[in-house]
Design a protein around this ligand. Structure first.
Ligand code: AMP
Length: 482
């Protein structure tokens, strides 16, 4: 089951739940289906609240008041229809003979099914369909009394992508997989320690980014008591110290679409990456036009870059309503069908009689682009040239971005011209893979340091049976332009 998520953690703050609320708000774009928080008070008692809905809906002032303590972890989540439901909402909380532990996970484990089969065969009973539950089931079996040692015993058994936050009676632990697929950073807010999927959460809080959690690293924030007084100490260790680390494989799609543009991932500004994608797109695929417009919000930064580089005027050709969720993020097809119109409206005054370049970040199924092109034409545009600031998405992601199967990915079964026909634009062009890697600062390096499997099919780690992404029968019809 694939999912997209954001994680947050805070230790040593008098208003930890309120801080987590704000941090999770800044991470809301990473998942809008469920939100959860677990807190622990000074006596090591656990409090938890997980519900379907967004952070602002789930965590009313009353709900926050029921989460006391100076340490909190939080999670926002979106998943595909099959895996949605409260039983899969995180953080998970479990009780062991050693005490309680809560865990929040961003990413996707590629060997979860194999591990689950083995654990079930040996008698484990699972309560959810989430791959994350494999982690807590393994933790229960770890042959060590200390949580950090137990986690360090579990993590090497996991394959795939994980940026994790754990909370125990007197510890908050953050860990990132050896490839560093999904982002995770730590910071300071006065005396408090904060952990978040993206740095934009720290900016909102006025917290200072200290650094990324390194791939293969576990950061342990421990509460130590001297009499009645508690102090908090941070330590770090590698969870596979004896193993040569694999190359870094940060997700390039975080820069293309998923992360917020005000975030820095692995010291790289997402905004700068997107601006550069737009500039290079303009160099690679110039066209004569009167205006450049973005598909808001996902295409804004790249469209600015395209306009700067091409010298064509930048205009606001589409207005986005912020009062509905992301189209793609609604699990039900019927809602998705309405989504684009609910979300975007054309600005006739900016489009009428114009040759328009429309910039968006990616084409997945192509249905959004098709509706947008139609909308722009109906508003009077003379020509519509679609420019995409990433290469064609040809392969599904198994590392934590929710992409559909190959059958549903327009680019996996259609040529460029067929795609243009499908979206009904006058021209269509994508940024090259070289352009993308250059835009994220990876060009010229022998090893890019990024995972770009969604654009290439080059999966950086072995996938289980049936998950190699072989071409399935296309379900999309090519419809001639009207
Ligand atoms: P479509 O081609 O109709 O499937 O929609 C593509 C649009 O959805 C892109 O322009 C992105 O802004 C957005 N998008 C791309 N990937 C995802 C994803 N994994 N989850 C949600 N939205 C996405």
């Amino acid at each position: 089951m694939r999912k997209m998520c954001g994680v947050f953690g805070v230790a040593d703050h008098a208003e930890a739940a309120n801080i987590a609320y704000l941090g999770m708000h800044a991470l809301q774009h990473r998942g809008q289906e469920s939100a959860g928080m677990v807190s622990v008070d000074d006596a090591g008692r656990f409090y938890s609240d997980r519900r379907m809905g967004r952070v602002g809906e789930v965590f009313t002032p009353e709900a926050l008041a029921r989460l006391p303590g100076r340490m909190v972890i939080g999670h926002v989540r979106y998943s595909t229809a099959g895996g949605s439901g409260l039983e899969n909402a995180q953080p998970f909380v479990v009780s062991y003979r050693h005490g309680q532990v809560a865990v929040g996970h961003n990413g996707n484990l590629t060997n979860a099914e194999a591990l689950r089969d083995k654990l079930e065969h040996e008698g484990s009973i699972f309560r959810s369909t989430s791959d994350t539950e494999v982690i807590v089931q393994l933790l229960a079996r770890a042959p060590h009394p200390e949580l950090a040692d137990r986690i360090a015993w579990v993590l090497p058994q996991l394959e795939g992508a994980f940026s994790l936050v754990f909370l125990a009676e007197h510890e908050l632990i953050a860990a990132r997989d050896q490839n560093g697929f999904r982002p995770l950073c730590i910071g300071r807010m006065g005396e408090a320690h904060v952990v978040a999927s993206e740095s934009c959460a720290f900016d909102l809080l006025g917290a200072r980014v200290e650094r990324e959690v390194a791939p293969g690293e576990m950061v342990v924030i421990s509460r130590l008591f001297s009499g009645q007084t508690a102090s908090y100490a941070l330590s770090s260790r590698r969870f596979q110290p004896d193993v040569q680390p694999p190359p870094r494989r940060a997700c390039v799609f975080e820069h293309v679409y998923f992360a917020r543009p005000d975030s820095f991932i692995d010291q790289r500004s997402v905004y700068q990456s997107r601006l550069q994608m737009g500039r290079l797109l303009a160099r690679e695929h110039a066209t004569s036009a009167d205006v450049v417009i973005p598909v808001p919000d996902s295409g804004i930064a790249a469209a600015i870059g395209y306009a700067q580089e091409s010298g064509i005027d930048y205009a606001l050709g589409l207005v986005r309503s912020h009062y509905v969720g992301r189209t793609f993020i609604e699990p039900q097809q019927s809602i998705r069908h309405f989504g684009v119109k609910l979300k975007l409206a054309p600005v006739r005054a900016a489009l009428e009689g114009k040759r328009v370049v429309v910039v968006d970040d990616s084409i997945v199924r192509g249905t959004t682009s098709r509706k947008i092109v139609k909308m722009i034409r109906e508003a009077g545009a003379k020509e519509v040239h679609l420019r995409i600031s990433s290469p064609p998405t040809t392969h599904p992601c198994y590392f934590g971005i929710d992409t559909p199967t190959r059958a549903e990915l327009l680019a996996s079964s259609h040529t460029l011209e067929e795609m243009r026909t499908f979206v009904t634009s006058d021209s269509l062009a994508f940024l090259s893979r070289e352009g993308l890697l250059r835009a994220v600062g990876a060009s010229g390096k022998a090893d890019s340091g990024f995972c770009d499997a969604c654009f290439t099919g080059n999966y950086p780690i072995r996938l289980g049976p049936g998950r190699t992404g072989e071409v399935e029968r296309p379900t999309l019809q090519v419809v001639p332009a009207s």
